[in-house]
Design a protein. Structure first.
Length: 333
């Protein structure tokens, strides 16, 4: 029979538990799959972003040999951002361990590890979906807490920008949707200034996606393509589709009744912009991790009072940034 003394084994140290939760199979998430956010560890709990404002001006002609007009220095400012602490806990009660028997080739340590890994796996999935939710919030310009209303980070306020919204007119059959898309692309390019982007992808709510796919202008554009194959297929199963040089896809995200993208909306995101999206991970608030480089996930266990079980904590300490929030445009039906 296993006993609580088993948790004194090195297999249950903070290092091994952290390795276990980091090795857990990754829960697929769309934003993570797209690879927009680069991940950078930090050994502090906050970072400073330098925002340097640059302007382009026309240079007036002058006689040869004359002095050029002095160029003014770009103004810059440091903007502080703090990481978000995401802790959660689970327990392994004495009764759960008391009923464990070594079976087959497994030792007691391995068997209890399997029990603990199941709990770590659940906590890992909770962290993953929270990271996805917060990354999408950073894309939209405002990172919200799990209640869907408390603001953890307002990137528009921090950078002095505002959310650009474009009405696509999808409720009107005569709307020239292609022209609307061209105007959208121009607004994104204006916001990026001298920065280039590879492509434009729009993440849509379900009703926005349906309104786009079913609009007469879109239907007509694809009427003769591949003998009407587009009109017979479900574009969700195809992962989305291209229209007017933009990739459109339905984003499915809803946890506990909280929709990741609000009904009737979509968000146009430029892809391939250098350093536009980044996630910083700070170290855990344990003595063992002070001044170390942060990891995406941490786990640690501690005996409960009166030795009635073991309490396990898993945590992540992320900071998700969109350094050009004004380049992401909100679309409405």
């Amino acid at each position: 029979m296993a006993s609580l003394d088993i948790f004194n084994n090195d297999a249950f140290s903070v290092t091994q538990l952290t390795k276990a939760i980091n090795d857990t199979l990754h829960q697929p998430t769309r934003i993570g799959d797209l690879g927009w956010f680069s991940e950078e560890p930090i050994n502090t709990t906050s970072v400073f972003i330098e925002r340097r404002g640059t302007t382009l001006t026309l240079i007036p002609a002058a006689p040869r040999g004359s002095s050029g007009r002095p160029e003014s220095n770009d103004k810059s400012r440091l903007i502080p951002f703090s990481t978000v602490h995401l802790p959660q806990r689970a327990t392994v009660k004495a009764d759960e361990v008391q009923g464990v028997r070594a079976f087959g080739s497994e030792t007691e340590v391995e068997t209890v590890q399997n029990l603990l890994n199941r709990k770590l796996g659940k906590m890992r999935r909770n962290i993953d979906v929270t990271l996805e939710y917060q990354r999408l919030g950073a894309i939209k310009g405002q990172v919200l807490d799990s209640d869907g209303s408390s603001v953890l980070l307002d990137l528009h306020q921090a950078f002095g920008t505002s959310q650009g919204t474009k009405d696509m007119g999808l409720e009107t059959d005569t709307t020239k949707v292609k022209q609307k898309v061209v105007e959208l692309k121009r607004s994104v390019e204006d916001a990026l200034g001298g920065l280039t982007y590879r492509s434009l992808r729009v993440l849509c709510s379900a009703d926005f996606f349906d309104a786009l796919v079913g609009h007469p202008a879109v239907v007509k554009a694809y009427d003769l393509w591949m003998n009407g194959q587009f009109l017979r297929d479900d574009q969700r199963e195809q992962g989305g589709f291209y229209f007017a040089g933009v990739y459109w896809e339905e984003y499915r995200g809803n946890v506990g009744g909280t929709a990741f993208i609000e009904a009737g909306a979509a968000y146009a995101v430029p892809e391939g912009v250098p350093d536009m999206f980044v996630t910083h991970f700070a170290p855990a608030d344990y003595m063992e991790t002070v001044n170390t480089m942060g990891l995406p996930y941490y786990a640690k266990q501690e005996l409960m009072s009166f030795n009635k079980g073991v309490e396990v904590e898993a945590q992540s300490n992320p900071l998700h940034l969109n350094t050009r929030p004004d380049a992401v445009k909100k679309l409405v039906i």
